[in-house]
Design a protein around this ligand. Structure first.
Ligand code: HEM
Length: 369
């Protein structure tokens, strides 16, 4: 397990903002995706993409950018036409599949593309704060869509402080209360960022303009059999079922649960969260399986030494889940009741979420022995 990742955080060290020669068509379509979607032109522009792309010399940051752009174009094609089709044309399916293979994630928009690799700083001399992030790619664009992603990015950036401090205490055998106090300060900052979602992301806009593009093709009534990736030999022309983009593909909360000894008894959301790991970058996935073992062996005995402050941290994670549940209700559940459009009350990943998010909240409780 690469535990240093906890101190570095899950945001990559280098983010590519422009693909090299050979990908001009992809860059061009991506930069005007909002206009293409507004004019219902996505079906036409896809035909202009050259399907034979050589990805062999792309670096990891370049592969991540390519994955991001192909995922956005792929989802725009799936959800941006008047009629949903269940075949992704070979102009994008072949290269998208090859990139995904290299990155060891399924060819679908996942959190790593949507949030972790999708930003740059406005001013490089200043730290990452909500005032200093620019989102690189969006679907329809607009402040609500950007803000939704920016909140995730800012939380990821802060999370390296709580995860780094908990790592020192729980994994490095340096059990000074100071590390827990630092962790408490950090989770309070995360909650402050989380609380700011409604400032610029309106629930109606989110539900009707942002969310429709990030759905996947598994457990989705629009694609009951899944989606064919045209020409991808490995899939043998069989439809594929992949989940949509969701914050549940972030490694922060599973890592916090494991380090703090927060457990969830079996339920559909827990199964779903385990499944989410295949959509994460492989080093994040490996870290989480390492932490699972730690949770089973070690967390509670170390918590006992400084139970009070650990419990304060756990109550802040509870606060996070409480606010999150409020957003799931305001941004999805209540909106679905008000409108007939995309009114299936499951998350973008395809879970009946309200009941189980609440269960996970109730399981985030202080230790009493
Ligand atoms: C308007 C804001 C948000 C809404 C409406 C929302 C919605 C949802 C929904 C419906 C789920 C259920 C599973 C699924 O369908 O994927 C979920 C899960 C999850 N989301 Fe969000 N989300 C929001 C913001 C965030 C943010 C900012 C984060 C921070 C990284 C986040 C992290 C998570 C996590 C970790 C889970 C798994 C549940 C758990 O472990 O308790 N979400 N979200």
């Amino acid at each position: 397990m690469n535990k240093d990742l906890l101190e570095k955080g899950f945001i990559p060290e280098e983010i590519c903002t422009n693909l090299p020669n050979g990908f001009e068509d992809i860059e061009e379509i991506s930069s005007s995706l909002h206009k293409i979607l507004a004019n219902n032109q996505i079906g036409n522009v896809i035909n202009e993409i050259n399907q034979q792309k050589d990805i062999s010399s792309l670096s990891i940051p370049e592969l991540e950018r390519a994955m991001l752009l192909y995922s956005y174009i792929g989802h725009a094609y799936m959800w941006g036409k008047t009629e949903v089709e269940d075949v992704i044309p070979k102009n994008i399916s072949l290269t998208w599949y090859n990139i995904a293979e290299k990155l060891d994630r399924p060819p679908i928009l996942s959190y790593a593309s949507y949030a972790l690799n999708n930003w740059s700083l406005l001013d490089n001399s200043k730290p990452l704060t909500l005032d200093n992030i620019r989102i690189l790619q969006n679907f329809l664009a607009g402040v609500d869509e950007d803000w939704f992603i920016m909140i995730h990015v800012a939380i990821e950036y802060e999370a390296k402080n709580i995860l780094g401090s908990l790592k020192k205490y729980y994994l490095d055998e340096d059990m000074q209360p100071k590390h827990l106090e630092d962790a408490l300060i950090s989770i309070k900052k995360i909650n402050e960022i989380m609380n700011r979602m409604p400032e610029k992301c309106d629930p109606y806009i989110y539900y009707n303009r942002v969310r429709p593009y990030i759905f996947g093709w598994k457990n989705n009534p629009a694609t009951p059999k899944g989606v064919i990736y045209e020409g991808v030999e490995e899939y043998k022309n069989e439809p594929q079922l992949f989940r949509g983009e969701t914050g549940a593909q972030s490694s922060i909360v599973p890592a916090l649960d494991a380090l703090l000894g927060i457990t969830h008894s079996n339920d559909p959301l827990r199964e779903y969260l385990d499944e989410m790991r295949i959509y994460m970058p492989s080093d994040h996935r490996e870290l989480l399986s390492g932490l699972d073992k730690f949770l089973n062996e070690d967390s509670n005995s170390k918590t006992k030494e400084n139970k009070e402050v650990v419990n304060e941290i756990i109550m802040e994670v509870h606060q996070f889940r409480n606010k999150h549940l409020e957003y799931a209700r305001d941004y999805i559940f209540d909106q679905a009741l008000k409108t007939q459009s995309n009114s299936n009350i499951v998350g973008t990943g395809g879970t009946p979420f309200m009941k189980y998010l609440d269960k996970h909240l109730q399981e985030t409780v202080p230790k009493d022995d």
